[in-house]
Design a protein around this ligand. Structure first.
Ligand code: CO
Length: 168
């Protein structure tokens, strides 16, 4: 099933997300539908709140054909080295700006089978993981861009918000 993507201005993107308590068929179906939706719009990551589901889970496909289904993620370590890289977001269409983030990190989460996964991620995997994690905290990449970049997109964001609220 392809979900409708919620866009900037939709309160569901800023709502608290609950821990997934049971990793059951319902959760696995949502994760599969998140993957289907992400691929349908050629994204590399999609978090549950972006489709109106306020649960702490997301999917990432930073390399074609390699999907991580992530439930209740935590960060264990960050690299001190940070890198600046352009980001976009399916919920903020048309806007791409640089965001500074740790280059690599160690994470822990549950996979769709309820197994604990601990792994080190770098490059695009690290970036996408952090971007999707932010969605679980109600944070969007545009909250993290430089003030001067933010000023440049302020009007577009305002219009996007109006459009979103009109169509809710
Ligand atoms: Co996003």
């Amino acid at each position: 099933m392809i979900y409708k993507i919620r866009t900037y201005g939709d309160p569901v993107l800023r709502t608290e997300n609950n821990l997934v308590e049971n990793i059951d068929d319902e959760v696995r179906e949502i994760l599969n539908d998140l993957v289907e939706t992400m691929r349908d719009i050629s994204g590399i990551g999609l978090a549950a709140p972006q489709v109106g589901i306020n649960l702490r889970m997301f999917v990432v496909e930073a390399e074609e054909g390699v999907v991580r289904k992530v439930i209740n993620p935590e960060f264990l370590e960050y690299s001190s080295k940070k890198v600046d890289h352009e980001e976009g977001c399916l919920s903020v269409p048309g806007i791409h700006k640089k965001v500074k983030r740790p280059e690599s990190l160690k994470v822990r989460y549950f996979n769709e089978n309820g197994e604990t996964v601990e792994e080190e991620l770098d490059d695009l995997w690290a970036r996408a993981f952090q971007h999707e994690y932010d969605h679980l905290e109600g944070v969007l990449f545009i909250d993290k861009i430089a003030p001067v970049a933010k000023r440049l997109v302020k009007k577009r964001l305002l219009n996007m918000k109006k459009e979103t609220l009109k169509n809710l």
